[in-house]
Ligand binder design. Structure first.
Ligand code: SAM
Length: 338
């Protein structure tokens, strides 16, 4: 066999596709044009996650008040073997994969079951996809990683096809960042990635007492406040805005009617900022708020209804011992519309 033949046969363990280009900057610009000119100002939470935002989120996951990460990890530690057995998955696709810290528990179980072949992380934060891919191929000999740098609201069609059973994991309660209508739309799009032998593994934070919820989003060390203000650093850098993040107070409150946490930034004084890249001036009255995230909390009924609306049926409902967080394994319902 000559060298050229060898080159054709050897597949690189890491393959990364990026779908973020000028279009991504336009999305930020459109979100700012739309969200900062409304009577109630709002921005979607995906803009928190530049390199600094991603690092701050990792620190949040370690905070004593932030129980969701520990609770979800505990479920994975207890039930991953069963998930591997039930699914026989050769591939794990993960949406909003971040540093894939908890994912390793599932990868360990799939590897121990002897089925694991490929991991497909999908995330908007480029460095995280690249770093995580390089680390995982070192940690799991024989694993292939196909990273997709992109927006899971716009780029799911770029998730590569598979010929074996797969799990699509959407962990961390990130689905709760969408309001109810968009949530069902996103779940329907995700369900399209599933063939008849594939499963969705969905992490959802559960409804509980407001003081526990509010503490999780307003920690005593102020890390969540820094994370929240980070969106202003992103606007300053990407769109040449002139916000002083310290002009804004971090607010986290549980809306009992909607059963979601809202994070907001509240102007400490009346202020005006230019957003030079958009040729736009943004005005805040003293006390005026910008909503930066909602994080919906779920009941079992709500999870079941949302999955059913996406054509999925529940196979396993798994919670931690204190029933703070749930992981739901579901699969396409027989006869669902394509
Ligand atoms: C709350 S963190 C969860 C990270 C990790 N899955 C976990 O459970 O700890 C949300 C992750 O989703 C990514 N993300 C947020 N919005 C996204 C979007 N629209 N498309 C792709 N990734 C997104 C962020 O970069 C971040 O890594």
């Amino acid at each position: 066999m000559d060298r050229e033949d060898t080159a054709v046969l050897v597949e690189e363990p890491v393959h990364i596709d990026s779908h973020l280009d000028g279009a991504e900057e336009r999305t930020l610009a459109e979100d700012v044009l739309d969200g900062l000119t409304r009577p109630f100002k709002e921005l979607p939470p995906k803009h928190f996650y530049d390199a600094r935002g991603a690092e701050l989120f990792d620190r949040i996951c370690e905070l004593p008040e932030y129980y969701p990460t520990r609770a979800e990890r505990a479920i994975l530690e207890e039930r991953s073997e069963e998930l591997a057995e039930l699914t026989g998955a050769r591939e794990l696709v993960e949406l909003g994969s971040g540093t894939a810290a908890k994912t390793r528990v599932l990868l360990d179980a799939l590897q121990a079951a002897g089925t694991l072949e490929r991991y497909v992380p999908v995330d908007v934060t480029e460095d995280m996809v690249r770093d995580c891919a390089e680390s995982l191929v070192d940690e799991y000999p024989g694993l292939r990683v196909h990273g997709v740098i992109g927006d899971f609201e716009r780029h799911l069609r770029h998730v590569p096809p598979t010929d074996g059973p797969r799990i699509v994991a959407f962990l961390g309660g990130t689905i709760g960042n969408f309001p109810p209508g968009s949530r069902r739309r996103v779940l329907r799009e995700i369900a399209r990635l599933l063939g008849p032998s594939d499963h969705l593994l969905l992490g959802t934070d559960l409804v509980k007492d407001p003081s526990t919820l509010e503490a999780a989003y307003d920690d005593s060390q102020g890390i969540t406040a820094e994370f929240n203000r980070n969106v202003l650093h992103v606007l300053n850098r990407e769109l040449q805005a002139e916000f002083d993040p310290e002009d804004f107070e971090h607010v986290a409150l549980f809306d009992r009617e909607q059963e979601w946490i809202e994070m907001r930034l509240r102007a400490r004084r009346e202020l005006t900022s230019e957003v030079r890249a958009l040729n736009m001036t943004v005005h805040f009255d003293a006390g005026e708020e910008l909503r930066t995230e909602i994080s919906a909390k779920f009941t079992p009924e709500r999870v079941e209804a949302d999955l059913a609306a996406a054509g999925l049926e529940i196979v396993r409902w798994l919670t931690d011992s204190e029933e703070r967080f749930a992981l739901t394994l579901s699969r396409p319902r027989a006869g669902r519309p394509a």
